[in-house]
Write a protein that binds this ligand. Structure first.
Ligand code: NAP
Length: 549
């Protein structure tokens, strides 16, 4: 069952039950930690982080499922704001596992003395804007009321677990877990018959590791996914020495490229080369591993269906080569969406795991799950007896964690009401009608389409520069003008329609959560254009925003 932290630590003392701050930051993951550093240590503001978990780390605190690891390489899936931090921290491998990333974030919290302004085990319940005072009133589940000039959400894009409402779920006699709320003490699968639902990045990472331990693993697959090997490897001392020497150039490159990686997206088309050359390029990238297969192959994979087909076909040929049973291989071959139109996973030994005698694959698109019984899972044509069920069923992405907070803007307008037909923001940074509320990596920004720490640092830097400018120029509040917000929402959708992203029922579109409005949420215009727009807006005195003294 979903793991929740114990209520560690005392309740706030009476004088702490109401506080006045410059900034309330919600969430202590990558975004919240850096935001606290910037606002408190660089701007000198009275800032405080409120965090539900009993430790820092956000995504990397909650996602402790077996096999969880990052899928951007560690030396650029990390902070760039401190050269000292860069020089003193060494990652063990290209794609370290969750405990190492969590240790890094804990190190950052200690190294920058952030903990004294982080309140753990505290869920922010609501934030309401008081127009007369031009301040936010924030409440927590510990009975506190905090008055703040600014509220900055650092709640993550993939934090609100999506646990499907399958009939009978609560009557299951075994244990069940969601990958995004994994128990801190871990789960022992030895001797267990395990059922895993979901084959996104989390399910694909967890499958080989659970299979190695469980008596039997049954993977319930609704949509087959394309995955490319990571080819994880330890980073040798000479590689580290080079990375450390080159860090500034690496970081600069991550800020200039489409997806925040330190390598270029090649502009060439898949049809600029011969069939043989194309196959060779895919073979090389398959052997190298990682996201380069998508970003470092051809520039038209996400724009041209025919180009995309060449990559998809290559991956299908690999599945058929690796998986011995032809029936299982066919079930694993994705055909209903273009490669990359859903967030592509990268894996360690995923397809080969289906050659194990203790692993089976069930196609629940052909034979859907009818119910969970006390003994296991019943599909339309079979019953599977299980001791444990793992939901790798993803998240109510991008909006879920914001809408869980009762956010009310001018005139008591609820964010949930304003976003009833899908999220509306200006630059993904602010929402009209919600002055002085900033949303780090909010919907309408590139966020999840970028290497996340790069997206986070850009947002935090922009917000912190904005607050500084407001203070210098004597403005008390900032919020988007409605027409600027409307134009941005339209632009975000226009750009997405020029790509293949609309061809998949993905969480980018909200299609994974029943009843959620289907609006393309991240900005696909790419990092260079997005940065340029954010900078131009700031340089023009925050064009499209309404500033009030
Ligand atoms: P996900 O990509 O949304 O995948 C969820 C899976 O569960 C899909 O296969 C989905 O099938 C299935 N599913 C959802 N509801 C279902 C239902 N009611 N019945 C049956 N199957 C159902 O979620 P995720 O794997 O947790 O990954 C989410 C995102 O988190 C990733 O895309 C990535 O951005 C991030 N992530 C990153 C890392 C990393 O960097 N290392 C690791 C894990 C996750 P359909 O496809 O048919 O909807």
């Amino acid at each position: 069952m979903p793991n929740r932290p114990n209520r560690a630590g005392p309740h706030p003392a009476a004088d702490e039950a109401s506080r006045s701050l410059d900034v309330v930051i919600i969430g202590a993951g990558f975004a919240g930690l850096y935001a606290l550093y910037r606002f408190r240590d660089v701007l000198g503001l009275d800032a405080r982080v409120y965090e539900t978990g009993d430790g820092v780390g956000g995504t990397w605190y909650w996602n402790r499922y077996p096999g969880a690891r990052c899928d951007s390489e560690s030396f650029y899936y990390s902070y760039s704001f401190s050269e000292e931090l860069e020089q003193e921290w060494e990652w063990s491998s290209k794609y370290p596992e969750q405990p190492e990333i969590l240790a890094y974030l804990n190190h950052v919290a200690d190294r920058f003395d952030l903990r004294r302004d982080i309140q753990l085990c505290t869920k922010v319940l609501s934030a309401a804007y008081d127009e007369s005072a031009a301040r936010w009133e924030v409440t927590t589940d510990r009975g506190e009321r905090i008055s703040a000039t600014y509220v900055v959400t650092a709640v993550g894009c993939l934090s609100a677990a999506n646990v499907p409402e399958i009939p009978g779920r609560d009557d299951f006699r075994g244990d069940w877990y969601h990958t995004g709320a994994w128990p801190k003490q871990g789960v022992d699968f030895s001797g267990k018959r395990v059922g895993l639902i979901g084959t996104g990045s989390s399910g694909i990472q967890a499958t080989p590791v659970i299979a190695a331990q469980a008596e039997h693993l049954t993977v319930f697959q609704r949509t087959p996914n394309y995955t490319v090997p990571t080819r994880n490897a330890r980073l040798r001392p000479e590689e580290w020495a080079k990375i450390k020497r080159d860090y500034r150039a690496i970081r600069q490159k991550t800020r200039e490229t489409q997806a925040g990686f330190p390598y270029d997206v090649l502009e060439r088309s898949a049809f600029d080369v011969s069939d043989e050359q194309r196959r060779e390029i895919y073979e090389q990238l398959w052997a190298e591993g990682g996201f380069k297969f998508l970003w470092g192959s051809f520039g038209d994979l996400l724009r041209d269906k025919r180009a995309n087909h060449t990559a998809a076909e290559f991956i299908r040929s690999k599945i058929r080569e690796i998986v011995k049973d032809p029936g299982t291989a066919e079930k694993l071959c994705p055909t209903d969406h273009p490669y990359g139109s859903k967030r592509p996973p990268i894996d360690t030994d995923y397809y080969v795991t289906f050659n194990r005698p203790n692993v089976s694959l069930v196609d629940i698109k052909r034979s859907p799950i009818v119910e969970i019984t006390p003994q296991g899972i019943r599909t339309e044509d079979a019953t599977y007896e299980l001791d444990t069920i793992v939901f790798a069923t993803g998240f109510d992405a991008m909006t879920g964690s914001l809408l869980k907070i009762d956010l009310r803007g001018v005139g008591g307008l609820r964010l949930a009401e304003k976003w009833a037909a899908g999220p509306r923001t200006y630059l993904g940074l602010q929402v009209a009608g919600f002055p002085n509320l900033f949303t780090i990596t909010g919907p309408g920004s590139p966020s999840v389409l970028l290497n996340m720490p790069v997206a986070i640092e850009q947002h935090v830097d922009w917000i912190s520069d904005c607050i500084e400018q407001m203070r210098v120029k004597g403005f008390r509040t900032i919020q988007p003008q409605l027409d600027a917000e409307d134009a941005w929402v339209e632009h975000v959708n226009e750009v997405a329609k020029q790509t293949l992203f609309y061809e998949a029922k993905s969480w980018y579109l909200g299609a994974n959560v029943p009843g959620k409005p289907q609006v393309f949420m991240p900005y696909v215009g790419g990092q260079p254009l997005y940065r340029q727009k954010c900078e131009a807006v700031a340089t023009a005195g925050y064009a499209g925003f309404e500033l009030r003294a």
